[in-house]
Each structure stands twice: as C-alpha cells, then as structure tokens.
Design a protein around this ligand. Structure first.
Ligand SMILES: Cc1cc2nc3c(=O)[nH]c(=O)nc-3n(C[C@H](O)[C@H](O)[C@H](O)COP(=O)(O)OP(=O)(O)OC[C@H]3O[C@@H](n4cnc5c(N)ncnc54)[C@H](O)[C@@H]3O)c2cc1C
Length: 435
C-alpha cells in the first residue's frame, strides 16, 4: 500500500517512519528544504510526547526545562504565577534540530522529497487518489495531510466527506515570534516568563520570556489578524513593561498562523486523513500542538497497520481514539477560550484580582485540561466574587457548557455512521458556537 504525506511536520515524521518500518511504501513531500525545515527556534514540548509511544528523545543539549508561566491580566496591576511541579514542566526544544533528527532516523525507509510543494489532491470517483507535485501526478492509496492550519487540501475534498475547509477568522492566531537580544545593563525581572492576557484589551496575548540562553523570546499574537498598527502598538507596550527586550533580533522574526479551535469533527475521508494543525489539534487556549500531533501520528499509524485499509470507515477509528485521548477535552477548552477572548478586559482584571480565577485554573487551561469546579470550589469563588454575581454566573454557565461539550465529544460514534456523526457534530457546534 502506498501512502503519501503532505508536509514534514512532526506528525508526518513520526507516522511515516512507523508505517514504513511496518512495510508500507511511504513518501513525504515537503515544500521547504531539509536545511530550512520547521523553525529556527525552540518551543515547548511535554516529555510525555516522547514517552507515551516510546519515541526518541531530543538530543542532549538541544532542550532545556521551561520555567513556570506568569500571567498578567490586561490592566497589568498584578501577576499570577503558576506552580506546575518541575518534573511536569515542558521542555523547550530546538525544533529544527528535532525535525532533522527524526528525518535522519527515517530516511532509510521513507522516501523524502524536500523543496517539493504539493499543488493539489487528485480526487476521482469521490475518493482521494493521490497528489500533484511539480505538475506530475503521484498516485497513492492514502494521502495524509500534515500541511498546517491553512491546508488548501481540505477544501478540495468531495463535499460528501463533510470535512471543514477553513477555520473561521477568530479560530486562528496570527503570531509574530522572535528572539531578541537582552538590553544592556537591564536586570532580569523576578518573573521571567510573562504572558499578557488580552494585551492592551485586545483579543490575543503577548509574551516576554527570558531564556537560559540569554535571549528574550517575544510573541505578539492576535485572534484573526495582526495588522502593522496592532503589532507596533503591542511591541511598544511590551517593551515598556519589559525593558529587558532590545530591538536586536537574534532568531525568528516571522509571523505564523496557529489554530486555536477544537479539532476537526471529520478528520478522514476515503483515501485521506488530516493530522496536526491541518486537523486543528492544538490546545485551543495556547496553541501548543507538537505533543498532540506526535501522539495522533502513532494512533493513525497503528490504526492503518492493524486494518491495512484506507476506507473512511476504517480510518475513523483513528479519529475516535484521538478524541478520547485529547480532542474531546479540547472542545471544552475551546469554549473557555472563546469566553476569555470575548470577556471585557475590566471583568478579566476583576476575576484575577479577586482570586476568582487562580493559578490552578490557568495551569489546567494551559496544559490542555478542563477546568472542573467542585461544589467547594464554587463556594470559595462565590465568597471571593459575590459583589459581581452576574459575572460569576456567566462564568459558571460557560464552565458547565464546556464540561457538557467535552462529555458529548467523548461519546463520539464508534463506527462511521453518517447519521450518528452528523447528530454528534451538530450537538458540539451548538455548544461551541452557543447557537
Ligand atoms: C510561533 C509558534 C509557536 C509555537 N509554540 C508551540 C509550543 O511551544 N509548543 C507546541 O506544542 N506547539 C507550538 N506551536 C504549534 C506547533 O508548531 C504545531 O502545532 C505543531 O508543530 C504541529 O504542526 P504540524 O506538524 O501540523 O504542522 P507544521 O509543523 O506547521 O508542519 C507543516 C509542514 O507542512 C509543510 N507544507 C505546507 N504546505 C505544504 C505543501 N503544499 N506541500 C508540501 N509541504 C507543505 C510546511 O512547510 C511544514 O513543514 C507553535 C507554533 C508557532 C507558529
């Protein structure tokens, strides 16, 4: 059986090797060159990304433990630091080195084509039959789409597959990312990893993180779009609050798109599977997707190895398992994220300053877990916030909706039954979009 991957993201790198070692004929087409693969910076990955399916760890010296986050609500009057135990903290991992490490491991069994952008899907008789690359048709039994959040390929699938073609405007995060030199003569602040929530009252975050390597990791991201004016304003404000940021960019300095929505409710079609950002597998609150895409890759590969089939009915098992592992909770987190993005900045300030939203709530959302309030938690929060009861009630309703949506999502139909899947999807949409 021939399998083609579009894009050499971490999901492709993991799944392609696993499938090839099991005897499948596997090719990966990547638009960038090997030397420019992935990003020239480090990002955070939880160790479990490697441990759960026994994948190779990053090379020694190419990662360092991340420090705890400090969240700064919009008015910047207080700072809320998380207390995630050190052994549970992510590893900040050099992305290009990790991606190249995985290519090097797999290249004896996987046919890699770098600098080879895929142009389109070949769709015949309602089924995906391959891809077009450099004007040539490459036929395959299965095409795995790992081409990122803005995949043009979802939109080329037959309508009957019901795969969402594009995210809505506010379901993507447009983020500038760069590593700046530290300003001379400025002392490191006590809290080194600061994320500004609804920075300047806008829909998004900005952060300033001081690396052990001696640079300042700067991100300015907004839901939907990041105009030059917004960027300039946010950068100026971030620098004013963090004089440690100098204007000299050492690495990065590009604008990227990160999905911040719940996963596709249809990841598969006949001869097609979406994975990673192309299936919206990031944690909707913070846009982390490396761990999820690596785990999804192992699930997908194992489902194919077991079934030896590319029919949507058989590939569906991959989606079911992913939803149980991660996807269902991400639906709940998406509801929380939408509420936070839409909240008035003054309300957010109040919730944090009164301790109604605390470090443990933020730690849950940031690590992809649902915020579930026990009756005791509720009493404590009401005691802290009784003067703004309508706001507390709205927050509580949202949290209940989030819990309900995750529960429904976990009840994903076990088999590919069109009527059951449509019903399941519409229940989820109703709760997420608050229809
Ligand atoms: C600024 C930033 C910071 C992030 N920080 C974190 C973090 O700290 N932790 C975390 O877990 N995640 C983080 N993420 C998210 C993370 O990058 C992704 O969720 C994760 O890598 C999964 O992405 P992917 O493999 O689906 O896609 P990508 O890593 O985006 O890979 C897609 C690949 O497809 C290729 N491609 C695209 N179109 C084509 C085509 N037509 N033909 C051939 N190839 C194509 C691209 O060149 C690319 O190599 C961050 C993302 C950004 C942008």
């Amino acid at each position: 059986m021939k399998i083609v991957f579009i894009g050499a993201g971490m999901a492709s790198l993991v799944a392609s090797e696993r499938l090839a070692r099991a005897g499948f004929d596997v090719s990966v087409y990547e638009k960038d060159s090997y030397d420019n693969l992935s990003y020239d910076w480090h990002d955070d990955v939880n160790r479990d990304a490697f441990d759960m399916f026994n994948l190779p760890l990053p090379k020694e010296g190419t990662y360092f433990p991340k420090r705890n986050w400090t969240f700064v609500p919009p008015a910047e009057r207080i700072e809320v630091s998380l207390h995630i135990p050190e052994k549970e903290l992510d590893w900040s991992t050099e992305r290009r080195i990790l991606a190249q490490q995985y290519v090097d491991r797999a290249k004896d069994v996987v046919d890699f084509h770098f600098s080879s952008p895929v142009e389109s899907l070949i769709v015949e008789d309602g089924k995906v039959k391959g891809v077009t690359v450099g004007g040539e048709k490459v036929y395959a039994d299965l095409v795995v789409d790992n081409s990122g959040a803005m995949s043009p390929f979802r939109g080329q699938l037959p309508k009957a597959a019901h795969v969402t073609a594009n995210p809505q405007k506010n379901e993507i995060f447009v983020a500038y990312r760069a590593f700046h030199k530290k300003a001379d003569g400025v002392k490191d602040p006590e809290n080194t990893n600061k994320a500004y929530l609804k920075h300047l009252g806008e829909e998004g975050i900005s952060w300033s993180i001081i690396d052990p390597a001696g640079t300042v990791n700067v991100l300015i991201g907004r839901a939907g779009e990041l105009s030059k004016e917004t960027f300039d304003r946010a950068y100026k404000a971030l620098k004013a609050s963090n004089p440690i940021i100098s204007d000299e960019v050492v690495r990065g300095g590009r604008t990227c798109i990160i999905p911040i929505r719940y996963p596709l409710t249809r990841m598969v079609a006949d001869g097609y599977a979406a994975i990673g950002d192309a299936a919206f597998m990031t944690i909707p609150m913070i846009g982390s997707g490396i761990e999820n895409s690596m785990k999804a890759a192992c699930i997908l590969a194992d489902v194919i190895i077991k079934s030896n089939s590319v029919k949507k009915e058989d590939l569906w098992k991959y989606e079911v398992e992913y939803y149980k592992l991660r996807g269902a909770d991400h639906i709940g987190i998406d509801i929380l994220k939408r509420w936070l993005l839409g909240a008035k900045p003054a309300d957010l300030d109040w919730l944090f300053e009164k301790g109604v939203v605390d470090d443990s709530n933020m730690a849950a959302g940031a690590t992809g877990k649902l915020i579930v309030l026990s009756p005791k938690d509720l009493v404590v929060k009401v005691a802290r916030g009784w003067t703004r009861l309508p706001l507390l009630l709205a927050m509580n309703n949202m949290l209940m909706r989030s819990k309900k949506a995750a529960k429904i999502a976990k009840r994903i139909p076990q088999t590919y039954d069109e009527a059951k899947i449509s019903k399941w999807e519409s229940k989820i949409e109703k709760l997420v979009y608050h229809k």
